[in-house]
Structure formats: C-alpha cells, structure tokens
Design a protein around this ligand. Structure first.
Ligand SMILES: Cc1cc2nc3c(=O)[nH]c(=O)nc-3n(C[C@H](O)[C@H](O)[C@H](O)COP(=O)(O)O)c2cc1C
Length: 154
C-alpha cells in the first residue's frame, strides 16, 4: 500500500467503472448542464439518489439554488454530449430538451432520465453532495450505457 496523494488517488479511483450522467437545471429560464459520474443510488424508500459537485465549479451557485433538476444517464451513442457538458460553456442549441412535469430540462434519447427534487446539500472537502428525491423516471432497455473507466470512455 502507498501513501495517498492527488495523483495516486485519481488513478486508483479511475479503476472504478461508472456510467455518465448529465445533470441539468433551469435558472431564470436558462439551462445549465454538467457531466457528472459521481452519481449513485441512495435510498429505496423514499427513492433518493446523490451526486457531488466541486465547490470550485463556475455554476455551483446556480445548482445550489435549484429546487428541481434532471439526471440524464447517457447511452454509448452520447459521448459528444458528455464532452459538451464537461466544458465550461456547453453548447445547448442543438439539444431538443423535453420539459419535465416540474419544468426541468430533460435530454432526449438517453438510456434513462430522472426528474428530481433537491432535498439536501452537504459540504464535504472540496465537493458538495446533492441529495435528491426522485419524482419521475424512465428508462430504455434497447440502449447500452456510456461507460467511463481508467479516465476514458469504454
Ligand atoms: C467523465 C466525467 C465525469 C465528471 N464528473 C464530475 C462530477 O461527478 N462532479 C463534478 O463536479 N464534476 C465532474 N466532472 C467535471 C465537470 O463536468 C466540468 O468539467 C467541471 O465542472 C468544470 O466546469 P465548470 O468549472 O465550468 O463547472 C466530470 C467530467 C467528466 C469528463
């Protein structure tokens, strides 16, 4: 075993395969989205999920203020969307967002979508854990997931 530093911490955690989500919020009718792989399930009853965002993110204050959000789980055909929403100024013009029941912006053609209510925010280290209750959801059995492993798409 080795002592932990940022380099070996990142490398070790990159051995944990994840899916990729894009999490979207609407603030004054402007949509903000972010590529996030720190997403996970939290509770079955009530149904809850969580994810974390860096407190240094340019749009963190918008995410902290939101009441509702969409979590869009990407398929293996949506790598470009993942790259787009990992950039600091994502392009929105070619995305035909669908409006959710709670006025969230939902990305079409994903392997799954969740519409959520933000119920808690917990500051830990340099990240903030967002705890969300699921209000609506859907999934598509015909698509395959976009998988992230070893700091690369697989
Ligand atoms: C595969 C992948 C997963 C990511 N997961 C997260 C995450 O879980 N939390 C996070 O805060 N940023 C994550 N990011 C980084 C953000 O998508 C974004 O690049 C970062 O917030 C910087 O942009 P900003 O400062 O404009 O917000 C991820 C990026 C990639 C490519």
């Amino acid at each position: 075993m080795k002592k932990v530093n940022i380099k070996n911490f990142k490398k070790t955690l990159s051995k944990f395969s994840t899916g990729i989500t894009v999490i979207c919020i609407k603030n004054n009718n402007t949509i903000y989205g972010k590529t996030v792989n720190s997403f996970n399930s939290l509770s079955l009853n009530p149904p809850m999920v969580l994810f974390s965002l860096g407190n240094y993110s340019s749009s963190i204050n918008k995410f902290l203020k939101t009441k509702f959000l969409s979590i869009n789980i990407l398929s293996n055909k949506q790598k470009k969307l993942s790259d787009n929403f990992a950039s600091s100024i994502p392009k929105l013009e070619n995305i035909n967002f669908i409006e959710g029941k709670n006025k969230t912006a939902i990305i079409p053609n994903c392997i799954a979508n969740l519409e959520c209510k933000l119920i808690d925010k917990i500051k830990k280290g340099d990240h903030i854990i967002f705890v969300c209750e699921i209000l609506e959801l859907q999934s598509n059995d015909k698509l395959k997931p976009l998988v992230y492993f070893n700091s690369k798409y697989n």
